[in-house]
Design a protein around this ligand. Sequence first.
Ligand SMILES: Cc1ncc(C[n+]2csc(CCOP(=O)(O)OP(=O)(O)O)c2C)c(N)n1
Ligand SMILES: [Mg+2]
Length: 514
Amino acid sequence: MNGADSLVQTLLDGGVDVCFTNPGTSEMHFVAALDRHHGMRCVLGLQENVVTGAADGYARMLDKPASTLLHTGPGLANGFANLHNAKRAFQPIINIVGDHATYHVKYDSPLTSDIEGIAAPVSGWIRTSKSSTEVASDTAEAIQFANTAPGGISTLILPADTAWGEANGPAKTPAAPTPQMPGAGQIRAIAEIIKSGEPVLVLAANRALRVDGLELLSKITDDEAVSLLAQVSNARVERGAGRVAIDRVKYPVDQSLVQLAGYKHLILVAAKEPVAFFAYPEKPSRMMPDGCQVHTLVEREEDVIGALDALVAELGVGAHTIRTPQPLLPAMPTRGMDQDIIAAILANMIPENAIICDESITTGRRFFTDTFTSKPHSWLQITGGAIGAGLPLATGAAIACPDRPVITLQADGSAMYTLQALWTQAREGSNTTTLIFSNRSYKILIGEMANVGVQNPGPKAFDMMELDRPPLDWVALAKGMGVEAGTAADAGELARQMERGLACDGPYLIEVIL
Ligand SMILES: Cc1ncc(C[n+]2csc(CCOP(=O)(O)OP(=O)(O)O)c2C)c(N)n1
Ligand SMILES: [Mg+2]
């Protein structure tokens, strides 16, 4: 067994059986080892940001890490933006990054780079293996770190000679530590605040946004003075008819200031205090009103469901019914095309058990609230603001859950960062339907220009935000990568195209003309 074999077998033994890859010369022994060990599903991405974003989407759906195989510093750097998003989503990923053989580095050949330096901002654990006999134990540590709550990114850098040198066999991955409960005093103190009758906001994120967490949160917030919201961006929310409906903090600062006004207490449940995405002149960075006290029920790395259970018991609300909204769907539109029309069509057409990957940016401002009582589904969002997440997330989610329909709600400008993901979807026969919101602009930035106080922007400025010269032909782009596609310029066409996309085996893309 060589080092590459010991890597693959340790991954498999440690429960890591998917590898999203974009390999190079320094990873050839690892690529060869993939065939010698039964059970590793390998998925090729044609740009590293597709690879890392797919690993994020996979982890969000299965709560376990996939591995990535990346080529040296530049390969890792290409995958950086979606590793940033995965880090902000607190997802587990194990990056395997190939490097030059240990004895070759001193010659400073062209691909020599500071891989650890590139890995540092997006990795909670980094190791460069020193020899082929250490690869297995390093891999086991990497897996254990990734599996430690709430989930982390490990980057294991493997010089080429650690792959081809002799190894002693795979290593056993130790179990991740069990998340701790917050102290009983902390839970009692939060219960007192909830019972105080003062206006309280419970802000939930991460593990709290699954069905069990939301049901407990519904009981905890079953009081007029107590409100419940999720963060602006969330890794995954379980929602739809028969489930607890949780709205989010709004993205636009003016709107979130209104939404969050008047609260005396903020209680964080695996969440962070809300702040503006950006600073704007004359506007605050913190969104909670002055004087609002911030309390933490549970940190995201602790036992989130255990803490909610304990708070329910402390409040004595275990027998309260779980609040779910009356199913109420907007009428199905038949003509016209705008954001509200798309939202209404989605609300009616999201299939049971769907996975929604949302990078809809400007077009999607109402999608979340209009789909509260659609058929039950999971909702994944871009979490770190680094655009180009939607298509890769969908690619990974479809690998994780091949029996569930995946719908990507995708802004056009953001789609162009990682459109290669469509090719991977075609190759893997993924059950994905992509709606491209073709407004042929970086529309959000036009508004942001005004928000940051730019007066009278000129034609050069606007030219940096318009994508219509030339217009992107999304149907041709999709077909060029083996994905069936069609366009929809009005409501009736969009509904027909969605039916077609959801019914077809393999991926489908709809260019929604706005
Ligand atoms: C990696 C990265 N590069 C650049 C940006 C800056 N940025 C934010 S939104 C945006 C344009 C989004 O346009 P589009 O996806 O078409 O959304 P629309 O507002 O048109 O719906 C850009 C370039 C970013 N957030 N992340
Ligand atoms: Mg756009």
